[in-house]
Design a protein around this ligand. Structure first.
Ligand SMILES: Nc1ncnc2c1ncn2[C@@H]1O[C@H](COP(=O)(O)OP(=O)(O)OP(=O)(O)O)[C@@H](O)[C@H]1O
Ligand SMILES: [Mg+2]
Length: 346
C-alpha cells in the first residue's frame, strides 16, 4: 500500500482560541531532543513545520526511538502549548474501559458509574490528544474515533448527546499500520485520517552519529541524579563499543546502559567494562580495531580490549572461571591473577 504524500500546505494554520495571541518560534520543534544526525534534523524540521498547523500527525518508529518525545515537542511548539497534552495509552487500558476513558460516561451508564464523568477528549479541549499505541485500538472503537477525527464530535457512553471539541490529534505506534490494514485489524479509512502527516523516527542504529551525543547527555543527567560528580566523560573505547551495538531497544536502552554504567563505574571515566554485556558482545563481534585519525593511547586501548574479552568470557559462562579460562585459552590461575590485577568484578 502506498502512503499518501505529505501535503503540509493542505493543513491550515492552527486557529484554536489559544493560537491567536502567540506565534511560535521556528526553532521550537526540538524540545528536549538531542541529536545532530541528518536523520534526526529532518525529523525536527518536520516537527517544527507541523507544530504550527492543527494537522493530525502519525508518529511511527521502533520501541524507544522517541515517539513520545516527538509528540511532546509538537505540542510544546504549537499554539496549543498552554492547554493540556492528554495521553491515552490505547494498549494499556482494558477494551471495556477505553471508550468511557476517551469519551466519558453518563451517570448509570454501566454498573459502578455512580456519577457522570468527563473523558480524556474533554480534558484535552483546546490542547492535544495523544493516542499512544494506536495500533492496539479495538476495531469497535476505531469507528468512534473516525467520527472524532472527521467531525470533532463524540458521545459519552450512555448519553446520546453529541458533544463538540477543539483538539489536535496526534497518534503513535510501533506497528506497521499499513500491514495492520492489510490484515484486517485496522480500518483503512481511519489509517488515512491519522496518516495526514507521517513522522517516522529512525532507529538509533541508523543514526550512529547521535550515539556519542546522547550518551554524553545521559551521563550528565544520570551522574547528577546519582551524585557522581567525579565522572568526567566516556572513554573512547566505550564510545566505540556503544557505536558498534545495534540498539534494538534504541534510545531508551542507551539511557538504561548509561544509567547502569554510572552506578558501576570506578571513574573518572565510563569505560567499556562498565557497559552491559550485550553491548560489549556486539562490539567484540565487530572488533573495532582501527587506528583513530588522531592516534590512540596504545596501552589503555590494549588494557580495555583485554578487559572486554575477560569480562565477556566471564559473563558468558556465568562467572565460572574454569570455563571462562578455556574460552580465552589461558590457564585458570592466569585468569584469576588477571581479574585480580585489573580489579574486575561482577
Ligand atoms: N532525541 C532524544 N534526545 C534525548 N532523549 C531522547 C530522545 N529521544 C528519546 N529520548 C528519551 O528516550 C526515552 C525513550 O523515548 P520515548 O519514550 O519517547 O520512546 P517511544 O518511541 O515512545 O518508546 P515506546 O515505543 O517504548 O513507547 C525517553 O526517556 C526519552 O526522553
Ligand atoms: Mg512511547
Amino acid at each position: 500500500m502506498t502512503q499518501p504524500a505529505h501535503n503540509l500546505d493542505a493543513c491550515p494554520p492552527d486557529s484554536s482560541p489559544a493560537s491567536s495571541p502567540r506565534s511560535t518560534a521556528r526553532t521550537a520543534g526540538r524540545g528536549k531532543m538531542i541529536g545532530e544526525s541528518p536523520e534526526l534534523l529532518a525529523v525536527l524540521a518536520l516537527v517544527d513545520r507541523v507544530a504550527r498547523s492543527s494537522c493530525t500527525v502519525l508518529v511511527t518508529g521502533e520501541s524507544g526511538t522517541g515517539k513520545e518525545a516527538v509528540v511532546t515537542a509538537i505540542h510544546d511548539a504549537s499554539p496549543r502549548k498552554d492547554a493540556p497534552l492528554v495521553t491515552v495509552n490505547c494498549g494499556a487500558i482494558p477494551e471495556q474501559l477505553l471508550e468511557s476513558e476517551l469519551f466519558g460516561h453518563a451517570r448509570g451508564a454501566f454498573t459502578g458509574a455512580h456519577a457522570a464523568r468527563q473523558g480524556r477528549v474533554a480534558a484535552a479541549d483546546g490542547g492535544t490528544l495523544f493516542l499512544d499505541e494506536v495500533g492496539e485500538l479495538p476495531l469497535a472503537l476505531q469507528v468512534k474515533l473516525l467520527r472524532l477525527l472527521q467531525q470533532r464530535e463524540y458521545s459519552p457512553v450512555g448519553d446520546n448527546r453529541t458533544l463538540k471539541c477543539d483538539i489536535r490529534i496526534v497518534a503513535a505506534t510501533n506497528k506497521d499500520l499499513a500491514r495492520e490494514v492489510a490484515a484486517g485489524r485496522f480500518r483503512e479509512d481511519l489509517f488515512y485520517r491519522l496518516n495526514v502527516i507521517h513522522v517516522e523516527l529512525p532507529a538509533l542504529r541508523d543514526r550512529l552519529d547521535d550515539v556519542e551525543l546522547l550518551a554524553a547527555h545521559f551521563l550528565t543527567l544520570c551522574a547528577q541524579r546519582a551524585g557522581r560528580t567525579d565522572l568526567t566523560g566516556i572513554a573512547p573505547s566505550a564510545v566505540e563499543a556503544l557505536r558498534a551495538h545495534d540498539w534494538p531497544g534504541n534510545i531508551r536502552a542507551l539511557e538504561n546502559a548509561i544509567e547502569r554504567a554510572v552506578v558501576l563505574a570506578v571513574g573518572p571515566e565510563l569505560t567499556a567494562a562498565d557497559l552491559p554485556p550485550q553491548v560489549l558482545a556486539a562490539s567484540r563481534e565487530k572488533a573495532p580495531a582501527t587506528l583513530p585519525a588522531l592516534g590512540i593511547d596504545f596501552r589503555a586501548a590494549v588494557e580495555e580490549f583485554e578487559n572486554q574479552l575477560i569480562l565477556g568470557a566471564l559473563e558468558r559462562t556465568g562467572w565460572n572461571k574454569q570455563r571462562a579460562a578455556q574460552l580465552l585459552k589461558v590457564n585458570r590461575t592466569t585468569l584469576i591473577e588477571m581479574v585480580k590485577r585489573k580489579g574486575l568484578c561482577a
